[in-house]
Structure formats: C-alpha cells, structure tokens
Design a protein around this ligand. Structure first.
Ligand code: CMP
Length: 226
C-alpha cells in the first residue's frame, strides 16, 4: 500500500478532505528506526505524536520488579504518542521498534491549530482515545476472568486482525515477536504461554514458526478466545 493510503487509515486524518490531508501530512517529518531501537522511554517528556507507516513497534511498561509488560504492538496506519499531548506529563510507555520502522512525526505545536480549526481532527483523536479505553477495559476483564490459553488465543487473533495474511495454508500472522514478548503481551510467564501454544498446535488449531504463527482453525481459536 502506498504511504498516502496508509496515513489515511490513522485516526488523525479521518474525515479530512484531500486538501487538508495534504496540508497536515506535509507538516509531518519522517523517521526511520532500526530493529530494536528505542524511540522514547516511559517517563520521558514528549511533545510529538507518531503514525507508523511501515514495520512493527511495541509499547511496553516496566513493573516494579523490572519485568516488562507489553500494552500493544502497532503496525502501519496506527498512531501513538498523543497521551502526553492531551494530558501533559511523562510518556506512559516505552516505544521500541520490533522490526525496522518508518514513522511520520507531528509536533504538538503543528497539531494545535488543527485541533482548534478542524473538528474532524479532534474527533478522530477522541475516537482513538475512546477505542483504546474500551480495549484497556477488555484487557483488565480478561486478566481477571480469562485463563492464560484464552488470553493467548485473543492476543493471536488481535495480531491476526492487523498482520494476518490469508493463504491456502491458513491465516499466516507474521507478528515478529519472540516467545518472551508474546508472554509479555499476554501478561503471563513464558512457560505458561508456551504450554498454551503447544497445546493449540497439538490440537491442530495452529502451526508455530519462529516469529510467526499460522492459524489453521479460526473458528476454534475464536471460541477459545471468548
Ligand atoms: P504517550 O504517553 O505520549 O506515549 C506513550 C504512548 O503509548 C501513549 O502516549 C499512547 O499513545 C500509547 N499507549 C499508552 N497506553 C496504551 C495502551 N494501553 N494501548 C495502546 N497504546 C497505548
């Protein structure tokens, strides 16, 4: 997909006509991150927001024990870094490139006139915040009510919705995450997550490959995620 089409998926641009899209997108800079590079750390001050154009990026937090928890893995068309603009304060997560990433960057000062002058932009950003709150509520409920295999199934389906490719062999999901990172995303130990994955594989619901998974039985995975 070309850059313009990817950017147009971002909530920031939702509802803008072509002319306004060109004006806003041309005020953004471009940034390339190598795999493993940290864009910012939890606690940093922030005055820029970002849209992923290419690659995958993870948002994580460190607990008191130093263990990392992943809140999200983002891909093309997704936006982040807006919380510290609307609620001035430190970055709430650490952003790390999982693969080589191409990002577009918008300075707070360049966004301000759009927020004041174009309600569509403010509406798009509010939509993203509302969607994220819904998702965060689901995550909390799942931590309380779902078992680890259920959460693993849900995490894989969420990754599949964004990164999945339908092939005649099944739904191939190149998530690019290590087993440790998958465990951090699910909020469980690597051993428990590995056990759940091995069990799904033994049942023929999926096939495990390094940094990717092929979902073979979508219906059963969906049922397990509920
Ligand atoms: P900010 O706090 O500026 O920098 C870190 C960013 O991570 C934050 O803005 C959000 O854009 C993003 N973020 C924080 N929490 C979540 C979450 N639960 N799900 C997805 N993205 C998040």
């Amino acid at each position: 997909m070309e850059t313009k089409a990817i950017l147009k998926q971002a909530p920031l641009f939702r509802g803008l006509d072509d002319e306004a899209f060109e004006a806003l997108s041309s005020s953004m800079g471009e940034l390339v991150l190598d795999r493993g590079a940290v864009l910012f750390h939890e606690g940093d001050t922030g005055n820029q927001l970002y849209v992923v154009v290419d690659g995958k990026l993870k948002l994580g937090r460190h607990g008191a024990t130093g263990r990392e928890n992943l809140l999200a893995v983002l891909g093309p068309g997704q936006m982040f870094g807006e919380l510290s603009l609307f609620d001035p304060g430190p970055r709430s997560t650490t952003a790390t490139a999982v693969t080589k990433c191409v990002l577009r960057v918008l300075e707070n000062a360049d966004l301000a006139p759009w927020l004041a002058g174009r309600p569509e932009v403010a509406k798009g950003l509010l939509g993203q915040l509302a969607g994220r709150l819904r998702k965060a509520n689901d995550v909390v409920s799942d931590l309380v009510f779902s078992d680890v295999p259920g959460r693993v199934a849900k995490a894989l389906l969420d990754l599949a919705a964004r990164f999945g490719e339908r092939t005649h062999n099944g739904l191939v999901v190149h998530h690019e995450l290590t087993q440790e990172e998958l465990a951090q995303l699910v909020g469980a130990s690597r051993e428990t997550v590995n056990k759940a994955l091995a069990d799904f594989a033994a049942r023929g619901w999926l096939r495990l490959e390094p940094r990717s998974v092929t979902i073979l039985d979508l219906e059963r995975m969906n049922r397990r995620a509920r």
